[in-house]
Structures are given as structure tokens and as C-alpha cells.
Design a binder for this molecule. Structure first.
Ligand code: NDP
Length: 313
């Protein structure tokens, strides 16, 4: 086996970031985590960073407001993975990621960059509704900067995080499964794709030294986890031995509800709209130019939706 790349994780204390740190260490990579100077009194972050250190990670002090510190951090590694927040405040994530791209460009040593995407493929969402589309547009601006700078990349399209989607039976604003009733998006029959978060991290880490994923999009599409919302509900009903009362929200009703929401809720709900009314995650074939993670790494035993739901029993 060849030498394993040294990896820097930016946003390492975040929801997906901490799993990337664990997976990187678990796969034997020398792992660096950016310790932002600006985390202030966030004791949870500090303790998490210290726990990474105990597990063998190296903490690199830096700040997005200090270009030199980012360049110095990047120079220590071969691979950079960005997992910063998909904040719904316009231009927040994009600005930070563009700063990181600038640093990677200047450092000139990075063999692979994985930007913070981990969701719907933004290149397929130019038609998305405002303001939800802004998230995708921003991610496309970052992609353009990466490609213009000639930085080798892999884009990870991770579909629906299980915790956010399976837990609440795909309902907006729910992360725990109900035991009495459920609201379906329309007929609830659009297919979607669900991936457990540690599995996302595992697949991501597997791509970084893999020449087959260079300058490609890798879709994580576990064949056994492609379900409609109705099917997810049925799996839960079987587990609890009880039928839920089902009501349906038409497309128009859902869009009317969105109108009265604030900006951040609108962004999130429009993502749900495209996933569950349009079926945007599963309604296309992966082209020859891109890759699918479960096909590339059949040795990974990914978590299946039914097993994921069992933890809520
Ligand atoms: P989090 O909200 O958990 O935040 C991740 C990290 O972002 C934080 O730990 C922090 O890094 C960094 N960060 C946040 N605010 C700032 C700031 N002001 N300045 C600098 N750094 C900041 O992120 P998620 O894990 O939820 O999101 C990561 C990616 O996953 C995003 O691209 C998002 O779009 C995507 N996503 C996909 C979902 C899906 O279902 N497919 C669901 C949710 C997110 P630090 O550790 O340095 O403090």
C-alpha cells in the first residue's frame, strides 16, 4: 500500500467535521485539525479539540482572518477537507471557503481538496427556487474558484444525512420519529437517498488517495437506502408495530407555508421541497464522468435505514 496522505480538516468540531476527524484517524492518516483562534470561550469545542489530540490528531492554530496562518496550515498536509457550516446566512460559507481556496492556491502543495458540500449536487440545482438556490449557487462559485486555481479536487454528494432526515421520517422540523401521526410530502412517493453520517465520513476519507476520484464528483448512493418518505414511514411502522395516521401536504400547501417563514427556514424548506416533491436526489443516473461511493468501496458495510431507525425504539 502507498503512503497515506496527511490530512487537514477545517471545521473539525462540526457535525460532519468531527466524524471526518475520526474516520481520518481510523484510516491511519496523519490528521491535522484547524483550531481557530476565534473559538473564544466555547468550552465544548476546546474539549473536543483536546480529545482529538488525545486520539492522535495534531491541532494547527489559525484563523480565517489570517491568510498566512491558513497557508502555513495547508503547507503541512497533502489533503484538505473543508467541513464548515452550511450556514444559511448568505455569503458566510462562501467567503470562508474562498479564503481557504486562496490559501491552498498559494501553498501549492495540496494533492486533493474536498470542499464543504456533502449534500445535493449543486451543479444539478441551477433551477432551484430562491432563496434555497443561493446555497447551491455559492457552492458553485467555490467550485469555479477551485477549478480556476487548478486545485485537484473531489466533490462529495452525500444526499440526506440520516440524522436530519430519517430520524424525523423526513418531516421538516422533526428529528425524532413520531408514534401517532406523520405528514407526507404530497403522495410521499418521491425517492430519496439516506446516508448515515459516519458512513459519509468513511467514504469521504476513502476517496482522498484514490486516483479514480480525482477531479470528480463522488455520489454516496447506498443501493439499500433509496426510499420514498412513505417507505421510510412503513419501515418505522413495522418496527413499532403500529400504523401512523397519515396526512398529506400538497405541493401548493407546502409552498404557501414557506412564504410566511423567515429567510433561514425558507432556505431549508426549499431544499426539502426539491428533495421530496421533485425527487432531485434520485431522479438522474450517475454519468460515466463521475463515481458512486458504494460501487468504488464495496467493502464498507454501510448502515441501513431500518437499523438506523431501530436506535429510536
Ligand atoms: P456545522 O454547522 O456543524 O459547522 C461546522 C463547522 O463550521 C464548525 O464546527 C466551525 O468550525 C465552522 N464554522 C461555523 N461558523 C463559523 C465561522 N463563523 N467562522 C469560521 N468557521 C465557522 O456544519 P455541518 O456539519 O452541519 O455542515 C457541513 C456541510 O454539510 C455543509 O456544507 C452543509 O451544507 C452540509 N450539510 C448537509 C446535510 C445533508 O443532509 N446532506 C445536512 C447538514 C449539512 P470549527 O470546528 O473550526 O469551529
Amino acid at each position: 500500500m502507498g503512503l497515506k496522505s496527511k490530512v487537514l480538516i477545517v471545521g473539525g468540531t462540526g457535525y460532519i467535521g468531527k466524524r471526518l476527524v475520526k474516520a481520518s484517524l481510523g484510516h491511519g492518516h496523519e490528521t491535522y485539525v484547524l483550531q481557530r483562534r476565534d473559538i473564544g470561550l466555547d468550552i465544548e469545542k476546546v474539549q473536543m479539540l483536546l480529545s482529538f489530540k488525545k486520539q492522535g490528531a495534531r491541532l494547527v492554530i489559525g484563523s480565517f482572518d489570517d491568510h498566512r496562518s491558513l497557508v502555513d496550515a495547508v503547507k503541512q498536509v497533502d489533503v484538505v477537507i473543508c467541513a464548515i457550516s452550511g450556514s444559511h446566512i448568505r455569503s458566510h460559507q462562501i467567503l470562508l471557503q474562498l479564503k481557504l481556496v486562496e490559501a491552498i492556491k498559494e501553498a501549492g502543495n495540496v494533492k486533493r481538496f474536498i470542499p464543504s458540500e456533502f449534500g445535493t449536487d449543486p451543479s444539478r440545482m441551477a433551477h432551484a427556487m430562491e432563496p434555497g438556490r443561493e446555497t447551491f449557487d455559492d457552492k458553485m462559485i467555490v467550485r469555479k474558484a477551485i477549478e480556476d486555481a487548478g486545485i485537484p479536487f473531489t466533490y462529495i454528494s452525500a444526499n440526506c444525512y440520516a440524522g436530519y432526515f430519517v430520524g424525523g421520517l423526513c418531516q421538516c422540523g422533526h428529528i425524532l420519529p413520531p408514534r401517532d401521526s406523520v405528514v407526507l410530502f404530497g403522495d410521499g412517493n418521491q425517492k430519496s437517498i439516506f446516508v448515515e453520517e459516519d458512513d459519509i465520513a468513511t467514504y469521504t476519507i476513502k476517496t482522498i488517495d484514490d486516483p479514480r476520484t480525482l477531479n470528480k464528483t463522488v455520489y454516496i448512493r447506498p443501493p439499500a437506502n433509496i426510499f420514498s418518505q412513505r417507505e421510510i414511514v412503513e419501515i418505522w411502522e413495522k418496527l413499532i408495530g403500529k400504523q401512523l395516521v397519515k396526512t398529506s401536504l400538497s405541493e401548493k400547501e407546502f409552498l404557501d407555508i414557506i412564504k410566511d417563514k423567515g429567510y433561514a427556514d425558507q432556505v431549508g424548506m426549499i431544499h426539502f421541497y426539491h428533495i421530496f416533491y421533485e425527487g432531485c436526489l434520485a431522479n438522474f443516473e450517475i454519468g460515466d464522468d463521475d463515481e458512486e461511493a458504494c460501487a468504488l468501496y464495496p467493502d464498507v458495510e454501510y448502515i441501513k435505514v431500518e437499523d438506523y431507525l431501530k436506535q429510536y425504539l
